[in-house]
Design a protein around this ligand. Structure first.
Ligand code: BMA
Length: 336
């Protein structure tokens, strides 16, 4: 691991706090959590499961796409900007997607965005309501003001569509999780590839839930979280795992290493979770006991990582860690 190489742009001033004294966990929560409160907008019921990226504009160093459910409890996407990655100015108006195709432009709902930078464009994927059923939407922006919607990239029903940050084997690559119309009591992660971001195929199974007796927190369903991070040990994928208890679904998250050239091959995967609902804002809210990661910021030189995650489907939190320690932990608790 001494030769571990982490790819990505330098981010020496990313949000960061050292591990608190006495903390033995792999990840630790930001002392300012929740960093975004549910009523940060005049119209918001809740702001959670949101994606941020480094992005320079004026005084700002970060941009993001936020899941803001309004007080009609309609799921909407809003753009936002931040100087420090912790305090966010989120637009009161929701994102209006531009599309050349009226069939695709019909808006039902949108939630759980991810943002991947490919070249100069930022591609947003999200769970997009198409004729009342969930599929994976795709749009690109260069300024987080104008968003151009492309074709939906999966058939309904599907959620948790996440792009890789570069082509693999000459093709665009994506993870997704086929689902049902409801709260989906199953969920496997699949890999698909595309020559042009429109036509997708060569679907491969990546990961199924774990056996209950081996790793119960991920025994009901699993879904890709943030955009994978490239390292010399493989793609670092943070993913959520779900456990159905007598009180409903619990959402925790762990991590896996995927083969660099054939990412549907899982090299190792955490049996123990990295983070599970424990703080009050993760255990209490509109949907109790949910920690749902959608984005990371990381600095390759120091190995620092900040993970942005939705808490109890109500507010947004950040957890900190170090990528080399996470990779050690994946290998130490590996169930693959
Ligand atoms: C999933 C998605 C997420 C949500 C989670 C827990 O199916 O709807 O947006 O955070 O359930 O309610």
């Amino acid at each position: 691991m001494n030769n571990l190489k982490i790819l990505g742009d330098a981010l020496p001033n990313m949000p960061w706090e050292e591990r608190p004294a006495g903390c033995k966990a792999i990840l630790w929560r930001c002392s300012q959590n929740p960093i975004i409160e549910r009523d940060a907008l005049s119209t918001s019921n809740s702001i959670f499961n949101s994606a941020v990226v480094p992005f320079r504009k004026g005084e700002y160093n970060y941009a993001g796409v936020f899941r803001c459910d309004d007080t009609n409890v309609r799921m909407r996407l809003h753009a936002g900007f931040s100087v420090d990655g912790l305090h966010w100015a989120i637009d009161e108006n929701d994102i209006r997607l531009e599309s050349a195709n009226p069939e695709i432009a019909k808006w039902d709902y949108g939630y759980d965005p991810r943002v991947a930078k490919l070249g100069d464009r930022y591609y947003v994927t999200w769970c997009n309501g198409y004729r009342d059923d969930p599929t994976v939407g795709l749009a690109w922006t260069e300024d987080f003001e104008t968003f151009r919607q492309m074709e939906n990239i999966t058939l309904p029903c599907n959620r948790n569509g996440v792009l890789f940050p570069r082509k693999i084997g000459g093709r665009y690559a994506m993870l997704s999780r086929p689902s049902d119309k409801g709260h989906t009591p199953f969920g496997d992660i699949y890999y698909s590839e595309s020559p042009d971001l429109e036509f997708w195929g060569r679907h491969r199974l990546v990961m199924k839930p774990a056996e209950f007796k081996v790793s119960a927190w991920q025994c009901t369903k699993v879904g890709a979280g943030p955009v994978p991070i490239e390292t010399s040990e493989g793609w670092l994928l943070i993913y959520h795992g779900v456990h159905q208890t007598c009180n409903g679904f619990n959402y925790a998250f762990g991590a896996a290493l995927l083969d660099l050239d054939e990412p549907w091959r899982v090299l190792a995967r955490t049996g123990a979770y990295l983070l599970a609902p424990a703080a009050s804002y993760e255990c209490m809210g509109d949907v109790p006991n949910v920690t749902f990661p959608c984005a990371t910021l990381h600095d390759p030189a120091t190995g620092r990582i900040a993970i942005y995650y939705g808490c109890a489907d109500t507010v947004t939190g950040v957890a900190f860690g170090r990528i080399p320690e996470i990779i050690d932990f994946i290998r130490k608790t590996n169930i693959e």
